[in-house]
Design a protein around this ligand. Structure first.
Ligand SMILES: Cc1ncc(COP(=O)(O)O)c(C=O)c1O
Ligand SMILES: N[C@@H](Cc1ccc(O)cc1)C(=O)O
Length: 459
């Protein structure tokens, strides 16, 4: 047998650790019942391995921590703002920067300055907060992602791509003047962290130029998308992640960013624009919702850590280890027969709850149920990404998304490969007893983004 010779290793060593708490099955059952079978409502001290999200949960580097000590907490004109502005220009190429407390702060401002009531906003699959801000500003969202994205078994390498035919149909039906921008997300979160190809972005740019439509990027996980382009798209094998990231941005007019993912910080985000007039509007609006335009709801130290994290996020060896760990977990789960979304995406493993629990009807919340069962087995916290997350349309009817998934999101630079083994083995144990698992009933439903706070009971 040929021995494997392509191992990767983390490009860092560990300087400080946080001890984890183990719990008993009885403690976990009690904690889950108290949380109404919603993993968002668990206390983190009752969690052993926390895969709820990769947002704000990554480990900062010693450079970032030293940057925190250089926080300039002036109310106006903090030097950290200028460092962040420089990082955004150097790494992404955007001219104007409006910092916000996190991604959704930027989504709110972008939606308000770009959308008029009755507008149409196409996007490559919805994201919960992004769509809600578009709707609150009066737009109707339309999904224009390629069909392959809704099929968890399709191995298509760029399932995040926009279907230009679907965009053209909207233009025909409503007219280009009703479409202020197309919202393109890189590594599409709800599709399973699936990337967009450069070819698709270029084609979309050419098309939108012709029609006078803007492209606004949700660049939250752009470095991860760049890694997939480097690995899978013809002509990019010898380009660096940094070069690819810059090229992606060059096909867009602006972007919203949640720094809590790629940029390896616990809090922070921004809106970046190339148009000065729109920037002026955004800069004025940020003082209403977030804070002065040179801090946007962030401490100076947070802006400094984010600026440093942006440079670290585009290092090739960082991204190789980051995605390498996600793929390691995905392959291990597949070896156990666990149905996962293919191909394996950027920020986590998405388990297909419809295939895992085919006996549970979508209205009895298979993914919510599975996330609860995974927690019960070994204290691993995951998240539902199915019918609960999709919410209701403006008529109050439940969306029934094709994908009914449980997301095992991997924080960056936090867990080891041994943790990945434990996660895969625990999931395999739940898979072995899948036939005994019953669904859930929703007993409390909040109005907005219900998945965060809804409560359930076992059927
Ligand atoms: C793709 C995507 N866009 C936008 C956001 C919003 O960012 P934030 O959580 O920082 O508000 C998130 C995470 O919430 C996300 O994953
Ligand atoms: N963006 C973060 C936090 C979040 C989670 C779920 C949401 O629907 C919205 C925000 C994530 O994807 O994990």
């Amino acid at each position: 047998m040929q021995l494997k010779r392509d191992s990767w290793a983390e490009p860092y060593k560990i300087k400080m650790v946080e001890l984890l708490k183990m719990t008993t099955p009885e403690q976990r059952r009690k904690a889950l019942e108290d949380a109404g079978f919603n993993t968002f409502l668990l206390r983190s001290e009752d969690v052993y391995i926390d895969l709820l999200t990769d947002s704000g949960t990554s480990a900062m580097s010693d450079e970032q921590w030293s940057g925190m000590m250089r926080g300039d907490e002036a109310y106006a004109g903090s030097k950290n703002y200028y460092n962040l502005e420089k990082a955004v220009y150097e790494v992404y190429g955007y001219k104007y920067l409006v910092p916000t407390h996190q991604g959704r702060g930027a989504e709110n401002i972008l939606s308000q300055i770009m959308i008029k009531p009755g507008d149409i906003v196409p996007g490559n699959m919805y994201f919960t907060t992004t769509r809600l801000h578009q709707e609150l500003a009066g737009a109707v969202f339309h999904d224009v992602i390629i069909d392959e994205a809704h099929d968890s078994n399709s191995e298509y390498p760029f399932k995040g791509d926009v279907d230009l035919g679907k965009v053209e149909k909207l233009v025909q039906e409503y007219g280009a003047e009703k479409i202020p921008y197309i919202c393109v997300a890189v590594t599409v979160n709800l599709a399973g962290g699936q990337p967009v190809s450069m070819k698709n972005l270029k084609e979309l740019r050419a098309y939108t130029h012709e029609k006078g439509i803007k492209i606004m990027l949700d660049m939250t996980r752009i470095a991860e998308n760049a890694y997939f382009i480097q690995q899978k798209e013809e002509g990019y094998r010898l380009k660096t992640i940094a070069e690819i990231v810059k090229e992606i941005c060059s096909y867009t007019d602006g972007a919203t960013f949640s720094g809590k993912k790629d940029a390896l910080v616990n809090i922070g985000g921004f809106l970046a624009l190339n148009d000065f007039d729109k920037f002026e509007e955004a800069r004025n609006m940020v003082v209403v919702y977030e804070g002065l335009h040179t801090y946007g709801g962030l401490a100076g130290r947070d802006m400094e850590a984010m600026a440093i994290g942006i440079y670290e996020s585009v290092q090739d060896e960082h991204m190789k280890a980051r995605i390498g760990q996600v793929i390691y977990l995905g392959d291990k789960m597949r070896e156990f027969g666990v149905p996962v979304v293919k191909p394996i995406g950027g920020h986590g493993i998405f388990v297909d709850a419809k295939q895992f629990l085919p006996h549970i009807n979508q209205d009895d919340f298979p993914a919510q149920t599975l996330a609860a069962e995974i927690y019960l087995d070994a204290g691993i916290r995951t998240m539902e990404r199915g019918i609960v997350s999709a919410g209701r349309n403006s008529k109050g009817e439940n969306y029934h998304p094709k994908l009914e998934l449980v997301r095992f999101t991997i924080p960056r630079r936090v867990y080891t490969q041994a943790h990945m083994d434990v996660i895969a083995e625990s999931t395999a144990r739940v898979y072995e007893r899948r036939n005994q698992i019953k669904g859930l009933k929703m007993i409390y439903e909040p109005k907005y983004l219900r998945f965060f706070q809804a409560r359930f009971e076992q059927l």
